[in-house]
Ligand binder design. Structure first.
Ligand SMILES: C[S@@+](CC[C@H](N)C(=O)[O-])C[C@H]1O[C@@H](n2cnc3c(N)ncnc32)[C@H](O)[C@@H]1O
Length: 338
């Protein structure tokens, strides 16, 4: 990577990544480019259906009994998960896909669809936010959410990596203490980025790379506020604090994907840009993070179907977050406490 002044039209990684994925998904259906574990097996759908709380008894004076029961799938893609769920849950459960893409032509009529570009600032994602109970699912959604990309220099100072969108060529930009950093972090402040790195991905050695996961933490907080009660579940490629701290992920995890294969992460909209998710930093203190293998093999789903999965499709983690009634908007500092 160049450390010198460049004549390239540079962008911050977070801005280029954000625009690149929007362009990519505007032009490409995800199922044309990658297979997710939803496509590999119905085991995920069966486990999710089992996590949906049973309908309240008529005699029970539960405060939520009047709220519609829903499963909302954020980044629903082809709607395959919801189509599988339709066969597994009661008819009175509303199934809703939310995606930046239009409703798939072959989606069963009973499944609702909202074409929304989800960000942490969207006011009402489902049209019923805060007035439904049930489950919110984000399966391979958070890994697409753009993050600032950082590289540690020789003095272990976190420097912002900038990128030329057309080629993926990179230049090392200012460090987080530089006043210029303020405008280069996609809406989070340098002190927030610094605090996130110190807490969730501390410095190890020169040249180590990091994606600052705070934009995902904030978006996750927003998704948990869709429900008045129930659970929000994120399922994704993930890494954990102990492994990040030990340097296991020091190469960073930003990747490009196109036509079913990994490729150079060129944020020009022609490939999907993704990176592993620090699900432990997204999680509130009440949530659990478990491996997909653990979640599925200890459930009624059974582990037999897992044995036939490609190994990378079994290496996900599940973040299971209880959603409680009347959540207040958490202060940013609260989202950073694990
Ligand atoms: C990797 S695909 C996963 C699809 C599906 N959940 C699965 O696992 O098979 C990501 C999906 O998220 C959608 N998506 C990405 N960013 C989005 C955003 N900001 N708002 C809404 N949908 C988005 C894409 O259009 C795509 O359908």
């Amino acid at each position: 990577m160049s450390d010198a002044l460049s004549t390239l039209p540079l962008r911050t990684w977070v801005d280029a990544w954000n625009d690149a994925n929007h362009t990519f998904y505007t032009h490409h259906a995800p199922e044309q480019h990658f297979r997710t574990s939803i496509d590999a097996s119905a085991a995920i759908a069966r486990r999710i259906a089992a996590l949906l709380a049973p309908a309240p008894e008529h005699s029970r004076p539960a405060t939520d009994s009047s709220l519609p029961r829903c499963i909302v799938d954020i980044g629903s893609g082809s709607g395959a998960l919801l189509t599988q769920l339709a066969a597994l849950v009661d008819d009175e459960v509303t199934l809703m896909g939310v995606d930046v893409r239009p409703r798939p032509d072959d989606l069963p009529a009973a499944i609702l669809w909202r074409q929304v570009r989800v960000t942490r600032d969207v006011e009402d994602i489902t049209g019923m936010d805060g007035r439904i109970t049930g489950l919110v699912i984000a399966h391979e959604f958070l890994d697409d959410v753009a993050c600032p990309v950082i590289e540690l220099d020789d003095d272990l100072r976190p420097r912002i990596v900038q990128v030329e969108a057309a080629t993926g060529a990179e230049v090392l930009g200012p460090d987080l203490a530089d006043p210029a950093a303020e405008a280069l972090l996609g809406g989070i402040s340098p002190s927030q980025a610094r605090a996130w790195l110190d807490r969730w991905w501390p410095a190890t050695k020169p040249l180590a790379r990091r994606e600052v996961g705070l934009p995902r933490d904030l978006l996750w907080r927003r998704l948990t506020r869709i429900l008045a009660s129930g659970h929000a579940i994120a399922i994704d490629y993930a890494h954990r604090l102990d492994d990040r701290r030990s340097g296991l992920w020091d190469g960073g995890t930003v990747k490009g994907f196109v036509d079913g294969a990994p490729c150079r992460p060129r944020p020009d909209g022609s490939v999907n840009i993704t990176s592993h998710v620090a699900l432990d930093s997204c999680a509130s203190p009440h949530a659990t993070v478990r491996s997909q293998f653990d979640v599925l093999s200890t459930s009624a789903v059974g582990s037999r179907s897992l044995a036939s999965w490609p190994p990378d499709l079994g290496s996900f983690d599940w973040l299971i977050e209880p959603c409680t009634p009347a959540p207040a908007t958490p202060a940013l500092s609260e989202t950073m406490v694990g």
